[in-house]
Design a protein around this ligand. Structure first.
Ligand code: ATP
Ligand code: MG
Length: 163
């Protein structure tokens, strides 16, 4: 495990997704902290990229997507919010099951296998983190990752460690 720069990772992912999107749209980026996270960079990258690609996939071109990274007394938090199709309440507890998709017909036409959120959940578990899902059908969704304080490395300490 190493110090991972989540703010930098989100900024890069945002650029990538905006470049790949068929519908040019702005992805808002709110970086409110520059602390580092103790973790495995490839796993944290797959968490962020799966959540962001879902937001793009399940949000119409005129919708909004916002990435936020912040720290408070509880720990460090990453959220991906969209104003997309949303998810009915009864599906939310099952979203992280492998191959679970809310609307298999619609989802199949958009590609994917229903593995993304299962990967996210396992990667978060390995970082002592949890996934919170808030969603309303037809309104949008917010997926938030909560990392405990024990995972936070102040940037100055990270710089000292590598000096
Ligand atoms: P894959 O990630 O393997 O390409 P997928 O996106 O369908 O396929 P998951 O990422 O695991 O699979 O998501 C599971 C299901 O949860 C999706 O099929 C979709 O129905 C629903 N879902 C996930 N993210 C969102 C979102 N941001 N808005 C609305 N529905 C979502
Ligand atoms: Mg997905």
């Amino acid at each position: 495990e190493h110090p991972v720069d989540m703010a930098g990772m989100l900024a890069l992912l945002r650029k990538e997704v905006m470049a790949l999107d068929q519908h040019p749209r702005d992805v808002r980026l709110l970086l409110e902290s520059d602390v580092l996270l103790k973790g495995v960079e490839s796993e944290l990258h797959s968490v962020a990229s799966n959540l962001i690609s879902n937001a793009v996939k399940y949000t119409p071109p005129e919708g909004e997507i916002e990435l936020r990274w912040w720290v408070d007394e509880a720990g460090a938090h990453l959220s991906v919010r969209d104003t997309g199709v949303g998810i009915a309440e009864e599906h939310i507890p099952r979203l992280t099951e492998r191959f679970y998709r809310v609307d298999p017909g619609r989802a199949r036409s958009m590609g994917g296998s229903g593995l993304g959120l299962a990967i996210v959940k396992h990667a978060l578990q390995r970082h002592d983190a949890t996934l919170q899902v808030q969603s309303k059908e037809g309104v949008g969704s917010t997926f938030t990752c909560h990392f405990p304080r024990s995972r936070i490395i102040p940037r100055s300490a990270g710089a000292l460690a590598t000096a």
